[in-house]
Design a protein around this ligand. Sequence first.
Ligand code: TMP
Length: 242
Amino acid sequence: MKPDHGPLIYEGKAKRIFSTANPDQVLVHFKNDATAFNAQKHQEFDGKGALNCQISSAIFEMLKAEGVPTHYLGLISEDWLLAQKVDVIPLEVVIRNVATGSLCRETPINEGIELSPPLLDLYYKDDQLGDPLLTEARLKLLQLITSDQRKGIESLARRVNELLTSFFLNIDLLLVDFKLELGVNCEGQLLIADEISPDTCRIWDKRNLDSEARILDKDRFRKGLGGLTEGYGQILKRIQGV
Ligand code: TMP
């Protein structure tokens, strides 16, 4: 169901953001597009937007109940959310509990080893630059955030990791790694923004030991394994207790 909305503010690879009658709120539409490798690979999947929207909504509800500030205001329909309008900070915060993905492509660290404490990295959010990994010195040079904001972002991300890890563990899912984006609302408050979904998390099924069959997230598309919406559907079913 498509709600009444104002003009399009921003179109990303997986979502569109529309203005509303309230200048501090936006409507977020989740698209069916999946992209990987900086959009070099692209495909549409019927139902993907609705699955990601409902999974994100359930996660934001859980974070809200735990007192974590997010932009989420409510689920409008299966593929539309209402959110606070934020200025997005052009950083991607990635937390890894288990080594895989770019960490293993770019370093000699072995696939599958547990990372304790979890590894936290900041990337500069810019598709044209390929979202480069930032060093401490480059982050300072960019002056995107103050050192207090950086401490706040890191402790918020680590708290989200703890909450999400146990949320998923309760339904036999392993949170391997995930990406967060942050924004600042009209009152200057730092909030978790964007989405938290199988597009932005790696999630493995603890009920399945097969190294490919256990993958329930966007790696199914990145690795050409098929069954993307089935994987996302399995996550939503477990969240809903079906
Ligand atoms: P990576 O191993 O490819 O660096 O990905 C780390 C995590 O970040 C993984 O959960 C997928 C997520 N991610 C995004 O949400 N967006 C992106 O553009 C990339 C590259 C990764």
